[in-house]
Design a protein. Structure first.
Length: 186
């Protein structure tokens, strides 16, 4: 019993000594994380291609999207930063949804505004029945998931611990996606 009490006291003392060191290590990790929600519109850019194949066919190849994103930015000196980010969006029309990851590189302007470029990977799940607006055709045999290179630009504007964001992205230089969001930094 005495050995057990001695062991518990030693563990408690060790934890008490290690706790301030762990807190300092956490404070010493450079950068900041973020989590946010976003909304926007994603246009697939299919109208001209479909019109060339089937003249007169009316299609709607854009979709409102609603989603979440999270990431972490690391400082690269006084005003430069690099970061990583992941996103997931739900679509309502031409897209059932999309998801991806990207790396960011940018600079922080006076006042904390971040202006950046980004590159990564994005997968989109297309809803062909919504694009063509015809439920009589069965598109189940078609592969409805596309993925490719994402490139974009954006800006984060701080509002206390929160921020607002605007992005303009393209996937494989075929589609255009504009989003705006609001999030928290930690």
């Amino acid at each position: 019993m005495k050995t057990k009490n001695l062991l518990v006291a030693a563990l408690a003392t060790g934890a008490a000594i290690a706790l301030p060191s762990a807190a300092q290590a956490q404070a010493a990790v450079p950068g900041e994380g973020f989590i946010a929600v976003s909304a926007g519109v994603h246009s697939l850019g299919l109208e001209d291609e479909v019109e060339a194949v089937v003249p007169g066919l009316d299609i709607d190849d854009s979709s409102p999207i609603f989603g979440v994103f999270a990431g972490y930015d690391f400082p690269l000196g006084q005003s430069l930063f690099a970061g990583v980010e992941a996103n997931y969006n739900f679509g309502t029309d031409a897209l059932d949804g999309d998801y991806g990851a990207s790396a960011r590189l940018g600079f922080r302007a006076p006042g904390g505004v971040k202006i950046y470029g980004r590159a990564g990977y994005q997968a989109i799940k297309v809803d062909y029945n919504e694009i063509i607006d015809d439920d009589t055709v069965n598109f189940d045999a078609f592969d409805d998931t596309e993925s490719d290179f994402l490139a974009g630009i954006g800006v984060d504007v701080p509002v206390g611990k929160a921020f607002v964001r605007a992005n303009l992205d393209t996937i494989s230089f075929d589609t255009m996606r504009a989003t705006a969001g609001v999030g928290l930094r930690f």
